[in-house]
Write a protein that binds this ligand. Structure first.
Ligand code: FES
Ligand code: FE
Length: 451
């Protein structure tokens, strides 16, 4: 399956065999080797504010209950009764101290303990021990309000798993100097196509912008000033950098800098946080380290992935998707891409907003996200999903199936960014598949050699 996928970035081609995107046997192997061994994003603490709050989510191909128990701890429980395996909880969220099985009535506390068995004293052997039937618990850990879980007892601690990407997550979250929360319930949609198609796109595909999303530029969605290459009286350039980490995580950030200016010479003298009210910019600068200011200032868009299947996008849009009077507004969306089958993917979207922003700003930010990067969006998501569906339709024939998927854009051409404030190897690479190669390299390491 992976014989054409080299580990190094210095070969003339970089390819992946197409059954990786269509074959159920590959997906079954992914569940075991990729999803089961990785930390996966399954929700946010702000979705579980009170004891008893729960969410039903998926961890790989298992349904799980993510619950805040009576002591306030977040637990992730297998959503399958220990008796015959019936799905215990069918609502997607709610509040409950106990989960009672609909088949024979076994009852579990929201920390996973089996606490009730009808007929226990009279109809079960005297050595029956309820503790043996507690619900299996995944390891769960929360990082700055992001809840991750894994079934793998050997997986490294979450902070180590996040590796260099953690610095970038901190930098994005520290921008506003306070906590973030999920605004509104998460949205869901089903995409036609393999989960890796949309994930590699989020890892760093700047290449598709000029064709797939051309109409968004023409509508002026990024603001008249950015579309025309000017900001006030100044001429501007857009520069992108890519960072791919050994763990398969990736970040791509696009900066607006004055024409001819080096990315890093914008320095800290003229911080600019596009999409946020200008009167807050001094507060934002004060809340961050100098390195974080250098990373965040002038950053128009940042997107990337937490391996294997979580993705994020922070971007500003203009009134083209709002009302005439709407200013350029940032949104920060997080998403997961969960396979339903090798050729269908469930996407979950959460909009994060800084807790301290006004209700009006939060609603506008949510609206901009929902109208662009969601199932109901007019732009972006629909454009992208159309491409993924066409890939899915076209690559399953016996001729198309044996042609490789190419990933060699920018191979060997990325120039390192000197003194970039964040860790890892940052490359100037407006057009490059550097990050996608990092994602597939980690995927291939976990999938192992061809069978
Ligand atoms: Fe749940 Fe029997 S299957 S109680
Ligand atoms: Fe896109």
């Amino acid at each position: 399956m992976t014989q054409d996928l080299p580990w190094q970035d210095n070969l003339p081609t970089y390819r992946l065999d197409r059954p990786a995107f269509t074959d159920e046997a590959v997906l079954n192997r992914e569940y075991e080797h990729v999803f089961r061994t990785s930390w996966q994003l399954i929700g946010f603490e702000s979705e579980l504010t009170d004891p008893g709050d729960y969410l039903v989510r998926r961890l790989g191909n298992d349904s799980v209950i993510v619950a805040r128990d009576e002591l306030g701890e977040i637990t992730v429980l297998l959503n399958s009764c220990s008796h015959r395996g019936t799905q215990l909880c069918r609502a997607s969220f709610g509040n409950a101290a106990h989960f009672r099985c609909s088949y024979h009535g076994w009852t579990f506390a929201n920390d996973g303990r089996l606490v009730g068995v009808p007929g226990l004293r009279t109809h079960y052997p005297s050595d029956f021990r309820k503790q043996r039937y507690d619900l299996p618990r995944a390891r769960a850990h929360s990082y700055r309000g992001f809840v991750f879980a894994t079934w793998d007892e050997q997986a490294p601690p979450l902070v180590d798993y996040l590796g260099d990407l953690r610095w970038y997550l901190d930098a994005m979250l520290d921008l506003t100097g306070g906590e973030w929360e999920v605004y509104g319930p998460p949205q869901r949609s089903v995409m036609k196509g393999n989960w890796k198609l949309v994930t590699d796109n989020f890892a760093g595909d700047g290449y598709h912008m000029q064709t797939t999303h051309k109409s968004a530029f023409e509508l002026g969605i990024y603001g008249d000033s950015l579309a025309s290459g000017t900001l006030g009286a100044r001429e501007m350039d857009l520069i992108a950098i890519n960072v791919a980490t050994p763990g398969g995580h990736a970040l791509r950030a696009g900066y607006v800098v004055e024409k001819g200016q080096h990315l890093l010479t914008h320095g800290t003298t003229d911080p600019m946080y596009l999409g946020y009210p200008q009167q807050l910019w001094p507060e934002f600068t004060a809340a961050q380290t100098d390195e974080q200011v250098r990373f965040n200032s002038h950053c128009e868009v940042a997107h990337g992935i937490v391996f294997p299947n979580a993705a994020f996008l922070s971007v500003s849009h203009d009134r083209a998707i709002g009302r005439e009077s709407d200013p350029l507004t940032k949104y920060f969306v997080w998403r997961t891409h969960l396979p339903i089958s090798a050729r269908r993917t469930e996407c979950l979207y959460w909009t994060l907003v800084p807790k301290g922003m006004s209700e009006e700003w939060k609603r506008r930010s949510y609206g901009f996200q929902a109208r662009s990067q969601s199932a109901g969006g007019m732009l972006f998501e629909m454009d992208d999903f159309e491409n993924f569906a066409r890939i899915d339709r076209a690559i399953s024939g016996c001729v198309a199936d044996s042609a490789p998927t190419d990933l060699s854009l920018g191979l060997g051409l990325g120039e390192p960014v000197p003194d970039f404030p964040g860790p890892g190897r940052a490359e100037y690479s407006t057009l490059s598949e550097h990050n996608q190669r990092g994602f597939y390299r980690r995927w291939a390491e976990l999938m192992g050699e061809p069978r």
